[in-house]
Design a protein around this ligand. Structure first.
Ligand SMILES: [Zn+2]
Ligand SMILES: [Zn+2]
Length: 352
């Protein structure tokens, strides 16, 4: 079967290759329909990240997936034709959180991830997964099911904030989302659904598609921090740009008792001059919290599915409009080239 692969560590090695059919024994066989492309794929294709399965020279990409079930093992709860999303991460076999099924909290670093680390992804004509690691997506969600995985990252971020904030009496009203990319916009959707008054901060024009998408679910939009309401403080900040100096800038906009969740990943090194005394003083005197959040567990995938299903009713077309460009498997590299109007670029896997 045809699959989009890279050779780990070799920059720009992406190609469509003939790969062995996946092992379907005791597993659910599905046809990947849509594959989302994100910054992680960019890093893998650049040779900075990514690991093939043991003994395999190539890694099949594709971790943001919407597929259609083709065949199921006996006693499966799924049926051919069901739409499914595979969970990205698999637990290691020797850390405490993984032993409890909380692979997104793995402490050993020895987890594997489909299409990223030590495990093939789904950018291929067919793929399989253990049913334990598949999440069913209702038909009403449509192609936006490809957003379940990025949505799960947002769901976990909010779950982490809410868990951590049980440390104090906290009735949050206002939230700031930094970054109006796919993660930021999905965070905006989820927070709006949960009743937060959301402000989205990005650099793009207020008339751009991304700013309009934020406003369409009831958020306010600020182009640049100078356009934030003066003196505004937020109960919750979700940092979704990965632009690390913004982490420190945004910490100054936290309300007393507020929490900030960091979801962006940054490679390399960047140094900025910060007034660390002020940072320290605010954190201490205002009982503030910063927490990092990566990947997602099954419950977060389910939250994401629920979010997208509700959006399909309350804001028809909103989630589908986040898919701004579709490319063929052979043109994956062009999907990595960020264009100004892009939110989520997806690969349409050719049907065979
Ligand atoms: Zn991704
Ligand atoms: Zn682990």
């Amino acid at each position: 079967m045809k699959a989009g692969v890279i050779t780990p560590g070799v920059p720009n090695s992406y190609r469509v290759a003939d790969m062995a059919e996946p092992d379907a024994h005791g597993r659910v066989l599905f046809r990947p329909d849509l594959i989302g492309i994100c910054g992680t794929d960019q890093e893998i294709v650049a040779g900075l990240y990514g690991e093939a399965p043991p003994g395999d020279p190539a890694l099949i990409l594709g971790h943001e997936v919407l597929g259609t079930v083709l065949e199921v093992p006996p006693e499966s709860q799924l049926r051919p034709g069901d739409r499914v999303v595979p969970i990205v991460r698999r637990p290691c076999d020797h850390c405490y959180p993984c032993s409890l099924g909380q692979w997104d909290q793995c402490q050993s670093g020895d987890y594997t991830e489909r299409g990223i680390k030590g495990r093939h992804g789904s950018l291929s004509e067919r793929a399989t997964a253990s049913e334990d690691f598949l999440v069913q997506v209702p038909a009403a969600v449509g192609d936006a099911g490809v957003l379940v995985e990025p949505g799960s990252v947002v769901a976990k971020a909010l779950r982490q904030a809410e868990l951590a904030q049980r440390r104090l009496p906290w009735v949050p009203h206002t939230a700031l989302v930094t970054g109006a990319g796919p993660i930021g916009l999905l965070a905006t959707l989820l927070l709006s659904q949960r009743g937060y008054a959301v402000t989205v901060l990005d650099q793009v024009e207020a008339t751009s598609g991304r700013a309009l998408a934020a406003k369409a679910v009831g958020a306010s939009y600020a182009q640049g921090s100078q356009n934030l309401p003066s003196g505004a403080l937020f109960d919750l900040v979700i940092e979704a740009t990965g632009f690390s100096p913004l982490v420190f800038e945004a910490a100054a906009w936290l309300a007393p008792g507020g929490a900030m969740v960091l979801t962006g990943v940054t490679g390399g090194h960047r140094q900025v001059v910060e007034d660390t005394n002020q940072f320290n003083q605010r954190m201490v005197l205002h009982n503030q919290l910063m927490v990092g959040s990566v990947n997602a567990g099954r419950q977060d995938y389910l939250t994401s599915v629920g979010m997208l299903e509700r959006a399909a009713t309350e804001h028809p077309g909103w989630t589908a409009a986040l898919i701004t460009r579709r490319v063929a498997m052979a043109d994956f590299a062009s999907g990595l080239d960020h264009q100004p109007t892009d939110v989520k670029v997806v690969v349409t896997v050719a049907k065979t």
